[in-house]
Design a protein around this ligand. Structure first.
Ligand SMILES: NC(=O)c1ccc[n+]([C@@H]2O[C@H](COP(=O)([O-])OP(=O)(O)OC[C@H]3O[C@@H](n4cnc5c(N)ncnc54)[C@H](OP(=O)(O)O)[C@@H]3O)[C@@H](O)[C@H]2O)c1
Length: 329
């Protein structure tokens, strides 16, 4: 059986991805072979496919960290041909082991999960790591005592996949959400998914002071860099920032004052949980769950496998909104 995959090659000091024809024996080993139906495109995947980042750790390798599909063959007693399954995240898949951007995927059985009740092959990756990460951040804000009556919650990188879900979830829970974006033309989209107010990327703070006007009871930061620095300076007393991303940069600056004068907390979010630990989050995002995004159809959209490489270039150029899902033919 021959099929297509996107492989990233290291050539001199360049990383180049190409569509290549493969057979199952070309893929890294594993007990379960899956005929892919859908794969999500995360920021990390876009960096990998476009060669823009240091995501892939072994060459050549097929990028893509989330896939859903049907088991085509299994040497594991846990899965049978025809089972509807998904593979999401981890330290290897789409990083050191051939990943999701392939019409056929082969992985160890331990990485495979059955598609949970309340999901289908599309929405299990449409929501996927993007919505799961937002759900973990939202849970952390709530756990640390941020309530809707304390004031607005700011969300950076607002038009991105994770942040779009966070806007949807928090507004659904009754919070007043202020969306910060670099795209002035996306106000209508952001309001349509639950933002109460939309501000520019540079409008989080109003001055350069180490402590600026107290504006936000909570914040979800998908970008790091200067927007995260600005959030820390503008949090209300006992405000909580949940940070999970680096699209604006890995480094940020802060004085000690937000922490020692306003008791601001900075919570790091790593949502790369083992599949077994994700059950509660998945239940809350299943149809009828309290964190089920109400605007999934506005946030997510399909792209053909043939359009993946061009789409990834657009992500890196910062020109996208929402979350793309690759449909395999
Ligand atoms: N910690 C974890 O467990 C975890 C899990 C999943 C994702 N992540 C991280 O979360 C971040 C978002 O992921 P995603 O898949 O939602 O990405 P995405 O859909 O590509 O969205 C990223 C958004 O960041 C903003 N952005 C892009 N370039 C920027 C720049 N140079 N300066 C400031 N803002 C910029 C843009 O929003 P605007 O134009 O609206 O500002 C963009 O839409 C990524 O850094 C990803 O690696 C972390």
């Amino acid at each position: 059986m021959k099929f297509n995959a996107v492989r990233l090659f290291s050539e001199g000091n360049r990383r180049v991805s190409r569509v290549v024809e493969q057979s199952v024996d070309d893929l890294d080993p594993g007990e379960v072979v899956i005929r892919a139906q859908f794969a999500a495109v995360n920021y990390k995947d876009a960096r990998a496919v476009s060669g823009a980042g240091n995501v892939i750790k072994r060459f050549p390798c097929i990028p893509g960290i989330e896939v859903s599909g049907v088991v085509a063959a299994s040497a594991s007693p846990d899965y049978r041909e025809g089972d509807r399954v998904t593979v999401q995240g981890g330290q290897e898949f789409g990083i050191r082991h051939d990943g999701a951007f392939s019409e056929v995927v082969r992985v160890p059985a331990a990485w495979v999960a059955r598609i949970p009740p309340g999901f289908d092959a599309y929405d299990v990756v449409a929501l996927g790591i993007g919505a799961y990460t937002s759900a973990v951040a939202v849970e952390e804000l709530v756990r640390r005592g941020v309530t809707p009556d304390q004031g607005p919650v700011a969300i950076t990188g607002a038009t991105g996949g994770c942040s779009s879900f966070a806007i949807d979830m928090l507004s659904g829970l009754g919070y007043t959400v202020v969306a910060s974006t670099g795209k002035s033309g996306e106000t209508a989209y952001l309001k349509s998914i639950g933002a109460h107010e939309v501000i520019g990327r540079d409008a989080i703070a109003t001055s350069d002071k180490p402590l600026d006007e107290q504006r936000w009871a909570g914040a979800i930061d998908a970008v790091g860099g200067k927007p995260l620095s600005d959030l820390l300076r503008t949090m209300k007393k006992r405000g909580v920032v949940c940070a999970f991303g680096n699209a604006a940069g890995e480094a940020f600056t802060s004085s000690i004052y937000p922490f020692i004068l306003r008791s601001v907390s900075l919570a790091g979010i790593n949502a790369n949980h083992p599949v077994a630990r994700r059950e509660t989050g998945w239940m809350r995002m299943a149809k009828g769950g309290d964190l089920r995004p109400r605007h999934l159809d506005r946030i997510c959209f399909e792209i053909p496998f043939a359009g993946l490489k061009d789409y990834c270039e657009d992500v890196i150029a910062g020109g996208i909104r929402g979350r793309a899902v690759v449909r395999f033919g």
